[in-house]
Design a protein around this ligand. Structure first.
Ligand code: B3K
Ligand code: ZN
Length: 898
């Protein structure tokens, strides 16, 4: 409704094929930081499948138009304007040569061609190519590209672009050139170039069919010692895509380049992936176990795009989840296989739990706010605002549901058919669904609603046991709660929900499952129910005793399950469920329920207390040596403050913080001996190992340390943390120790030990920007106190010589960490956090709208907070709305205020 009033809304329903097609592109760059000349020669023809247009309308932004020629002759009917270039009355089929100039040195948006650290880089997705040259900059226009780069040889010794290197050589005046050709047709958003002083770690490998491939990881010279893990991750990705999906690397050469100024994680440009340094550079001294895991996941993700995204791409940007949801699913499966192979369900579950935690904390929140949209959005103002948790993470869950419905083999059959039908094409989410449906002989019309329906579905469960008949009935009802107004508006009918369920007997073992109408129990003790109606009852027969249901095993659909478990039942599931995901889930439900009760009490000032039975349930997990350390760490980590605040009728971050701290302290004091024992037992002496086992030990040990830092008398924890900090041979242990010192000291307004460690950390890693990012982030996310509010520390750090608003990683490490990852301090009653937020959004808007728009989103749930906070947030949003210029931030704040 608000859409119609807003100009420049792009709608999915308005899709029309392009009036012209471009078959080949030859680009020539004369690379000079302030004035790069681009000559672009294209083979253009009318699109036989589109309605006639006499003018060719090319997109272009921030370009200085120089000249146009058609078939070699100057063309006078070319008019440059704010959004591009209009060429009037063009022929049917012609060669078009355009020359234009851009200014990479001044490009702080990091979209298009820009300079970072004295080197040239590009970022074209979604609409950056039009900032490099005039073009039909839309993904359904696919062309083959040849690229010639010319630049000073001393300043830019390395010249890279997509595909294969055809030729390189010297030119007069100390310049040189390189010519690249990408044999595959691609949309413009996959174009890339890199030029500068870089070095590469190289490896030659043979692909499945025996062809030799050159792999390179390009970085600045001082970072070469941090490239091994990215290279290993790339090799593992190549192997995995061959074995799991039969997909081989199609180019002779595959390059990864790291850049320190980058808007997001990485970019899948054909054969030339460009990465944020954060997702490439790692060695044990500088990177944590989480960094190592993230690098493996992102290297995999970008590599997997080579087939899901590049060989088969999107028809239009509304189809973004076609490539992103699918590729996130693939990278999640890759990481799970790397951790646990295909069969170690407990190890795979660790990855599943981490992914679901992110989904629930971030995507469910997105669904509950003004940016809620379906996996395939219906409209947008700025497409960069739609690289969202919904498109990526919920999109991945939607893809996972196909696999849950059809099994791994059925899913593979669907993928095979998808590539057989669509290789080399720009297609839609419907095309993907049809391939999966046809390959498995199933009508998936109802499944389309997962793409068109916004909001988080709720499934409520009622159960009934008939002891005389030995029947157990499970009634499922689906709908949307009040928290999803967007969902109700677009609701089209019930979803097809694969609902995995198991039944657990009194001894904790799974019961056999036989549905009414079946002649015998099936072999598996987990059943995926096809839940397709608004309300549906499934009846199990021959159920000898009243079972406890284990619902939505392995999180088989992205929904909220409502079922009234008692605290004892949850403790029982936490101790016995054979589904490791649901075992974790039981602990989370138990903790969430207690924490929300306590938060409610905290708002009214009633003294807090926690039942011994809850402490006992967590104690059992802590001391259960049959559970893997990484599982125990996940199970003992309480739900985040952000997630808890979101579950309250009125979000109250201070109350949530008080409740969560109370429980942490209670668990720390009550289980002190156990924490200490776990801390000692899970030390990893000797050389650092990056294996999942070793990282599990470190995770559990460091969780123990963080609980010990909550003790009423933290002296012992401070001693342990200081010793760990000094002795650490890896960043995981060092940063965990520093964080424990900061938090142990918070209540007293800081400590000597914490300050010394902070200073040491800075000096030690002064030359490692990614570690200095951690230094900023640790301080921004630390616990505060009345004497020492974190906003004051953050303001001081903004003036630190190492702070730089133009570098997105640095801006995120300090500003985003405070505004989005320290809710109790950010949402201070005095509104100081909001005033800071508004100033930073406005400052960033002038530099880098994409980064500013991300920060702008941290206030979008303002309506759900307590009245005082709500007023403060509204005022800050209004201030931003009155001052920002970019379309990116405007869309966010206008939707928030609407
Ligand atoms: N496809 C890119 C994201 C581009 C974001 C543009 N604002 C990275 C990825 O998802 O692999
Ligand atoms: Zn992606």
């Amino acid at each position: 409704m608000a859409d119609t009033a807003t100009p420049n809304v792009i709608r999915r329903a308005d899709y029309a094929p392009p009036a012209f097609l471009i078959d080949t592109v030859a680009l020539e760059f004369d690379l000079v930081p302030e004035r790069t000349v681009v000559r672009n020669t294209m083979r253009v023809r009318r699109n036989p499948d589109a309605s006639h247009a006499s003018n060719l309308e090319l997109m272009g932004e921030q370009l200085e138009f120089v000249s146009a020629a058609i078939d070699g002759a100057p063309f006078a009917n070319a008019h440059a304007h704010e959004h591009g270039l209009t060429l009037e009355n063009v022929p049917e089929n012609f060669e078009l040569t355009l020359t234009s100039i851009c200014n990479p040195a001044e490009n702080t948006t990091l979209s298009g061609l820009y300079v970072s650290g004295g080197n040239f880089f590009t970022q074209c997705e979604a609409e950056g190519f039009r900032r490099i040259t005039y073009f039909l900059d839309r993904p359904d226009v696919m062309a083959t590209f040849t690229v010639t780069l010319r630049a000073s040889k001393a300043d830019y010794p390395v010249l890279l672009s997509n595909g294969n290197l055809l030729e390189e050589g010297d030119l007069p005046d100390g310049r040189h050139f390189a010519r690249w050709e990408d044999p595959f047709r691609k949309p413009s958003y996959l174009f890339a170039l890199v030029a500068g002083k870089l070095v590469a770690l190289e490896e030659r490998v043979k692909s499945g069919s025996g062809k030799e491939k050159l792999l390179q990881v390009w970085v600045e010279p001082h970072d070469l010692d941090k490239t091994r893990h990215a290279m290993d991750s790339l090799i593992n990705s190549i192997r995995w895509d061959e074995s799991r999906f039969g997909l081989e690397l199609d180019l002779d050469r595959f390059m990864i380049v790291a850049v320190s100024d980058f808007n997001m994680g990485a970019m899948e440009n054909k054969g030339l992936n460009i990465f944020n340094t954060k997702y490439v550079l790692a060695n044990p001294e500088t990177a944590t176990d989480t960094d190592f895991a993230n690098i493996e996941a992102v290297v995999g993700h970008e590599y997997f795009h080579n087939w899901t995204g590049n060989r088969v791409t999107c028809r239009d940007w509304f189809q973004l989840s076609l490539k992103e949801g699918l590729t996130v699913f693939r990278d999640q499966e890759f990481s799970a296989d790397m951790a646990g192979g295909a069969t170690d369900e407990a190890a795979r579950a660790t990855k599943r739990i981490e992914d679901v935690r992110v989904l629930r904390q971030m995507q469910f929140a997105e669904d509950a706010g003004p940016m809620a949209h379906p996996v395939r959005p219906e409209s947008y103002v700025e497409i960069n605002n739609f690289y969202t948790m919904t498109v990526y993470e919920k999109g991945s869950e939607v893809v996972r549901m196909y696999q849950t419905l059809f099994g791994r083999d059925g899913f593979r059959k669907g993928m095979d058919l998808y590539f057989k039908r669509h290789d080399g094409q720009a297609v839609t989410c419907d095309d993907f669904r049809h391939a999966l449906a046809d390959a498995n002989g199933r009508d998936l019309a109802q499944f389309e609603r997962w793409y068109s329906q916004a909001g988080t579905p709720r499934v409520s469960v009622r159960t009934k046991y008939d002891a005389a008949q030995q029947r157990y009935s499970v009634t499922l009802t689906q709908g949307y709660g009040d928290a999803a107004p967007a969902a109700r508006e677009t609701q089209k009918g019930p979803l097809l929900i694969p609902f995995a369920i198991g039944l657990i007997g009194k001894d904790g073992a799974d019961l056999p499952l036989q549905l009414e109408g079946e002649t015998k129990a099936s072999g598996s003790t987990t059943r995926v129910l096809d839940f397709t109606q608004t309300e549906q009852t499934f009846t199990f027969v021959n159920v000898a005793q009243e079972p406890l249901p284990s619902l939505l095993r392995n999180f088989s659909a992205p929904v909220i399950v409502e079922y009234d478990y008692s605290a004892d039942e949850l403790a029982f599931l936490l101790a016995h469920d054979s589904d490791p995901f649901n075992r974790w889930e039981a602990g989370q439900r138990l903790a969430t329920r207690e924490l929300l009760t306590l938060a409610g009490r905290a708002t009214t000032g009633v003294p807090l207390q926690l039942d011994d039975s809850v402490v006992a349930a967590f104690a059992r997990v802590l001391t259960d040596e049959s559970l893997s350390p990484s599982f125990r760490e996940l199970a003992l980590m309480l739900p985040s403050e952000a997630y808890l605040a979101e579950q309250m009728a009125e979000s109250n971050p201070a109350a949530v913080h008080a409740a969560r701290q109370f429980v942490r302290k209670r668990l720390a004091n009550a289980l002190r001996k156990d924490w200490l024992a776990v801390y000692e037992k899970h030390r990893t002496p000797g050389a650092y190992e990056a294996t999942p086992e070793a990282s599990g030990h470190r995770a559990l040990k460091n969780l123990a340390l963080s609980y010990l830092a909550e003790l009423d008398d933290p002296a012992e924890a401070v001693r342990l943390a200081s010793a760990q900090y000094d002795a650490a041979n890896n960043m995981t242990d060092r940063s965990a120790a520093l964080s424990a010192l900061l938090n142990a000291a918070a209540a007293n307004g800081g400590s000597v030990e914490a300050q010394q460690a902070l200073d040491d950390f800075y000096r030690r890693f002064e030359k490692e920007p990614l570690v200095i990012d951690k230094w900023f982030a640790l301080q921004a996310t630390q616990r505060g106190s009345a004497q020492r509010p974190v906003i004051e520390i953050v303001r001081k750090l903004m003036a630190h010589p190492a702070f730089n608003l133009k570098n997105p990683n640095r801006a995120r490490s300090l500003i985003f960490s405070f505004c989005a990852a320290n809710p109790a301090q950010f949402h201070a009653e005095d509104g100081s956090g909001y005033a800071f937020w508004a100033d930073q959004v406005i400052a960033l808007d002038a530099i880098n709208p994409q980064v500013a728009a991300r920060l702008a989103r941290s206030l979008e749930l303002w309506r759900r907070f307590t009245p005082t906070l709500r007023d403060g947030m509204r005022a800050a949003l209004e201030k931003v709305a009155s001052q920002v210029k970019s379309r990116d931030v405007r869309e966010i704040v206008e939707k928030a205020l609407a």
